[in-house]
Design a protein around this ligand. Structure first.
Ligand code: ZN
Length: 494
């Protein structure tokens, strides 16, 4: 037994030395082989697939897939800054699309701890004008992507006192801390960074595993770089690229646009607009909630984004409706921009009302540790309480006001989504079906023709199916409420 182990060890050690007697498969040999010590900036380009993480049509389906015709990442390792320019077009089942697929372009930036995006607000295909938008919630992910490149990983390892453990295939496992983030990478016997992983914070998934794998290294004009890069996030595919060209040490100057630095730490704000007696539209940027004043408690509809937004909304709700507890939070669907704030309401003592499929997802996802950015629930460790929406309808009532929650059936947007109807006030609260920023007009710029958004058609079909008498449609994205007559007009029915 011992003899066998010694032989295996001897074989492994032998293979870790190249012909010249120099040790291979180590951090130092990889730095030398990939030129990491003199690569201070890099630009790699390619094409492939990109996946819209957090926008899965249901918690059990993969994220929407996009064909990427051009992906250019320009990275300055010295200033920890990067720009990613991507041209993409959605490839999923056309019945799920809000718009006919068309190519869109976006640019993602990070400079130190400042991040912004140049593109169309609300997603690649909204048809809204291209703008520069601060993106504080993506600082961590974009910084991670700088070090999730082979040369970046090696430079960060060398600068952060990495420890190495030999692996039995003649390579080594390299581990280091970059701030609060632990990075682990595998160097193979050919002195290539084969894969790496780290964890970043996600409001839904907690400490979220992010992995990158690098395959098919070849000489790109003087530097060894992988010809295939795959990234995953939370166990799901994020990016799959075939690299076509690499530039070493390009000039990278990324000026931070005015206002972006201040926007990173700007306080989250929420405003309250009265929609009806005891019903308030709690708005912030493009993400809204609705608060309903019941006899001895409050019901809130939707918990968008993250804990910071939830805390701002809860403060505004308590100021608007004093001295009552928030007893229920109605969750519309599990897209991450509508689920990221839920945990704060669990900590607040609210019962989460949602469809069973979403409940199962949250119960599973919320067990993950939240050590990178501990939220209130991670500290209080309260057990989440749920009330499922069964058989397409659920009613909350205080004896005076009924709040009817309906499954929105047949929308391509999401397989487990609800809308909320207040029969006395004739208010219909809906999300992601009609953002009311415009009717069809702005989409015509990018799409052309008499295009009608099928999500809006589906909303109208659900109103008819349920025979709802609606005086105002209240969007959880969008600038204004609207009437059913306006919806019919937008659908070219009037
Ligand atoms: Zn959605």
């Amino acid at each position: 037994m011992r003899r066998w182990a010694t032989l295996v060890l001897a074989a492994a050690t032998a293979s870790a030395f190249a012909a010249g007697g120099k040790q291979t498969g180590t951090l130092d040999s990889a730095i030398e082989a990939l030129g990491a010590d003199h690569v201070t900036s890099i630009e790699y380009s390619g094409s492939g697939k990109w996946y819209q993480f957090g926008q899965e049509p249901s918690p059990t389906l993969p994220p929407p897939e996009f064909n990427v015709s051009s992906y250019i990442a320009t990275i300055d390792y010295l200033r920890a800054s990067s720009r990613v320019q991507m041209a993409s077009k959605q490839t999923v089942d056309p019945t799920r699309l809000r718009f006919p697929p068309h190519e869109s372009r976006a640019e993602e930036y990070v400079v130190g701890d400042v991040s912004w995006t140049i593109g169309r607000p609300g997603g690649p295909a909204t048809g809204l004008p291209v703008t520069t938008v601060p993106d504080p919630k993506n600082v961590e992910a974009r910084a991670m992507e700088i070090w999730a490149t082979p040369q970046g990983f090696l430079r960060a390892a060398a600068a952060n006192h990495a420890t190495s453990t030999p692996t039995n295939d003649g390579g080594s496992e390299v581990t280091f801390m970059l701030g609060k983030h632990k990075y682990v990478g595998k160097i193979n016997a050919q002195n290539e960074v084969q894969k790496m992983h780290t964890w970043i914070d996600n409001p839904v998934l907690g400490d979220m595993l992010c992995e990158a794998s690098f395959r098919g290294y070849r000489d790109f004009g003087g530097v060894m770089f992988p010809s295939e890069i795959t990234r995953t996030q939370g166990g799901k595919l994020r990016l799959d690229l075939t690299i076509s060209s690499v530039k070493v040490n390009p000039e990278v100057m990324i000026p931070v646009p005015e206002g972006m630095r201040a926007a990173m730490t700007a306080p989250v704000t929420a405003t309250a607009d009265k929609l009806a007696e005891g019903v308030y539209w709690i708005r912030g940027g493009q993400w809204h909630s609705v608060a309903i004043d019941q006899a001895d408690h409050i019901v809130v509809v939707d918990a968008p984004l993250d804990e910071a937004r939830s805390l701002a909304v809860i403060a505004k709700v308590k100021e608007t409706i004093p001295n009552k507890p928030i007893r229920y939070l109605i969750n519309t669907h599990a897209h991450f921009d509508h689920a990221g704030g839920l945990r704060t309401y669990v900590d607040e003592g609210a019962t989460i009302v949602t469809l069973p499929m979403n409940q199962a997802f949250y119960e599973r996802a919320w067990r993950a540790p939240h050590t990178l950015n501990p939220d209130r629930l991670a500290r209080s460790k309260k057990t989440p309480k749920f009330e499922p929406v069964l058989n397409g309808k659920h009613v909350l009532t205080d004896g005076q006001r009924a709040i009817e929650i309906y499954e929105q059936v047949g929308t391509g947007h999401n397989d487990a989504i609800v809308m909320v109807y207040l029969p006395k006030e004739k208010l219909l609260i809906q999300v992601d079906a009609w953002n009311t920023e415009a009717v069809t007009a702005p989409y015509l710029d990018t799409i052309g023709g008499d295009f009608v958004n099928p999500y809006m058609v589906n909303l109208y079909e659900n109103i008819l199916r349920l025979k709802l008498d609606v005086s105002q449609i209240v969007p959880l994205h969008g600038p204004r409420t609207a009437t059913v007559a306006e919806l019919r007009k937008a659908l070219l029915l009037e």
